[in-house]
Ligand binder design. Structure first.
Ligand SMILES: O=C(O)COP(=O)(O)O
Ligand SMILES: [Mg+2]
Length: 228
């Protein structure tokens, strides 16, 4: 099936955070290695850690513990490691991040077209909100949902379905934009459109293999293809 190049009758956009708006890889790298140091574990490279990002903190911590521990040991240390990681992440949050090119321009363009914007991330809401404030992105969004805002997170469609309800829009009026297959699976299950950016973290896999409605070079490129 040919992919649409333009999306019309759109009323809202759902934007992912890590790997889509912000390059948070250096924050994840620093926080995970501080946690590992608490366990006398050797540091991991940023490239290794970033492959585990996108499915929430619990997934990340289990994966970075499993580099050294077997499954039983991972579960034994999990709660302490998660608490340590959360403390370090909150301490670091935003210290090393950069905004990807054309993010503010893209969000501005979407707002000027009259779209309502929701940020749906798997980052815990207590990390996501201060980070959006610090980077000046918070005010673009009417809604912000984190990985712990609902019982289930992406790739489950639950947070996206809640956005449709809050905005009172049909799935066909919504475009989700994210960097990973996780975002696309959630969007497909929710029934909305989905575009991928190629520059983020797709669990170490090529974005070309994601089942989405297209790849855009930036949020501004996405905005240029979307109209109300
Ligand atoms: O797993 C995370 O913490 C980040 O996830 P996100 O890409 O949904 O923002
Ligand atoms: Mg992401």
């Amino acid at each position: 099936m040919t992919k649409p190049t333009r999306f019309t009758d759109i009323a809202a956009a759902i934007i992912d955070l890590d790997g889509t708006m912000l390059d948070t890889a250096p924050d994840f790298h620093a926080a995970v290695n501080r946690m590992r140091a608490d366990f006398d574990l050797t540091p991991l490279t940023q490239a290794t850690i970033i492959n585990f990002v996108g499915k929430g903190s619990e997934h990340l911590i289990r994966r970075v513990l499993s580099v050294d521990y077997n499954a039983t040991q991972v579960e034994h240390h999990f709660e302490t490691a998660l608490t340590s990681y959360q403390r370090h992440y909150l301490d670091i949050n935003g210290a090393h991040v950069t905004i990807y090119p054309d993010v503010c321009e893209g969000l501005q363009a979407l707002r000027e077209k009259g779209l309502r914007l929701a940020c749906v991330t798997n980052k815990p809401i207590a990390f996501a909100l201060p980070l959006l404030e610090k980077t000046g992105l918070r005010d673009f969004f009417t809604l912000v949902y984190g990985g712990d805002s609902f019982p289930r997170k992406k790739p489950d469609p639950m947070p996206l379905l809640q956005v449709f309800r809050e905005f009172n829009v049909a799935p066909s009026q919504v475009v989700a934009i994210g960097d990973s297959s996780n975002d696309a699976i959630a969007a497909r299950a929710a029934g909305c459109w989905v575009l991928n950016v190629p520059y983020g973290y797709n669990h170490g896999e090529s974005v070309q293999n994601i089942d989405s409605d297209g790849i855009v070079t930036s949020l501004l490129d996405a905005a240029n293809r979307i109209s109300p």
